[in-house]
Design a protein around this ligand. Sequence first.
Ligand code: FMN
Length: 185
Amino acid sequence: MRVIGIEGSPRKGGNTDTLVERILAGAAEAGAETKVYRLNELNIRGCQACNYCKTHDRCRQEDDMTPIYADLIASDGIVIGTPIYMGYLSAQTILFVNRLYAFFNPGKPSPVPPGKKVALVFSSGSGDEAGYRKMLESFGQILSHLFGVDVKGIVGGGGNNEAGAVKNNQDLLEKAFALGKELAG
Ligand SMILES: Cc1cc2nc3c(=O)[nH]c(=O)nc-3n(C[C@H](O)[C@H](O)[C@H](O)COP(=O)(O)O)c2cc1C
């Protein structure tokens, strides 16, 4: 059992990072091997729309997505976390998501076996927390539709402008931990 985290905030130890780590800690307690990829620390270019992946089953670009592609195929559970930027996913997260195009070949089976368990994480400063959750729900539906993943839950909240704010939110931390156990179960 392997559960990986894809973390899209530039703030290491910030709210998104903390929640992703909590989920991974829950998964580890349930026996999973875990690893986190902090996208902001990696060299990942945007999709170049060359369509090489449509005839070669892999992305032509060799960058820090290469080991992530392999780990996405190998892992049983995937946690994707993003801060809310301008009402949407952070740029770091969008780069990662766009590169998943390499796994999408209409009419052919995806290299990603279906049935992987997914958890989504968000953190926002203010405002429309319910709207951000809805946005992530539809993002999860797109992932399910494209790759047959099973979205087990979304953990996140607003009022988290301070980098450490979520560390005082015991309820959210507990939800994250429980979701991690479910991913590994
Ligand atoms: C570029 C940028 C855009 C942001 N846009 C929004 C937004 O649209 N709505 C919101 O509620 N918060 C917004 N925020 C605040 C962050 O979502 C918030 O601080 C979040 O908790 C950061 O998560 P982190 O601690 O994981 O980095 C924005 C922050 C930045 C830096």
